[in-house]
Ligand binder design. Structure first.
Ligand code: G3P
Ligand code: MG
Length: 254
């Protein structure tokens, strides 16, 4: 059965990467949560997608020019709807404290491909250890040097390269960056590539799978997980019936 990861929480119903979005994902029946992590000025892992506060909060400027105390006071919800004005930028620790007792999986995306945050890998591993979350967490990043570093620090942590275009034989690349799974852009997953991942026993969790057609395509291939903004739709579709013939949906438009 394919796991459903809520992308930045249930981000179509709540402001992305806030505790409201994460709690909604749990209520929606998502199996896991994907979230994005950067470091504050004082080096604390905080959950926010952009390097800047401008798009999703009432403040401006780089995340790493604000202390964690300041970030926990910014309004990270009103841009989405006034009713979320009490949402702030959560710390990763606050989030882990909430998720640890719940039966959920976790995908932490390190947003260190634009700004190389000092020691972010060590800090994330320490927090996952502290909350007993290592075995149900996969760490992904577009910065693949960071993934190799993570595996050197902890040979048991699961890592997955994020990538957005058509790599040649990506299952070989996944091994080259010391990972065991991959997080490709869903559009790169031609049946030939799907077959290669399958033959090489590399689990995949494509992003961001929002249409029913693509959801069905991936369910038919019985992949490990999809990352979606619509966990309710994905769960319902999964429960509706047995997988159809492989590739039937993709053949219509490829
Ligand atoms: O981790 C999957 C996906 O979130 C990667 O892209 O920009 O949505 O963080 P982005
Ligand atoms: Mg992300």
């Amino acid at each position: 059965m394919t796991y459903i990861f809520a992308h930045r929480g249930s981000s179509k119903d709540c402001p992305e990467n806030t505790m409201a979005a994460f709690k909604k994902a749990y209520q929606d029946g998502a199996d896991g949560i994907e979230l994005d992590v950067q470091l504050s000025k004082d080096g604390i892992p905080v959950i926010i997608h952009d390097e800047k506060l401008d798009r999703t909060t009432n403040k401006k400027g780089n995340v790493n020019t604000y202390t964690v105390d300041e970030l926990m006071k910014v309004d990270a919800g009103s841009w989405f709807s006034k009713k979320f004005s009490s949402e702030h930028v959560p710390t990763l620790e606050m989030f882990l404290d909430w998720i640890a007792p719940l039966p959920m999986l976790l995908n932490i995306e390190l947003k260190n491909n634009v700004i190389e945050y000092n020691m972010i890998e060590e800090k994330i591993l320490q927090l996952l250890h502290q909350y007993g979350m290592k075995k149900r967490t996969v760490i992904s990043s577009f910065n693949h040097y960071s993934l190799v570093k993570l595996r050197k620090l902890d040979p048991y942590i699961e890592t997955a390269p994020l990538y957005s275009s058509g790599l040649f034989e990506p299952w070989e690349y996944v091994r080259a960056v010391c990972s065991k799974s991959a997080h490709p852009n869903y559009r790169s997953l031609h049946p030939y590539i799907m077959e290669g991942f399958k033959q090489n026993n590399i689990p995949i969790r494509p992003y961001t799978v929002n249409s029913k057609k693509w959801m069905k395509y991936f369910f038919e291939w019985e992949i490990e997980a999809i990352i979606t903004d619509y966990p309710v739709i994905a769960k319902k579709l999964l429960q509706e019936g047995p997988p159809d013939q492989k590739g039937r949906f993709l053949q219509k438009w490829w």
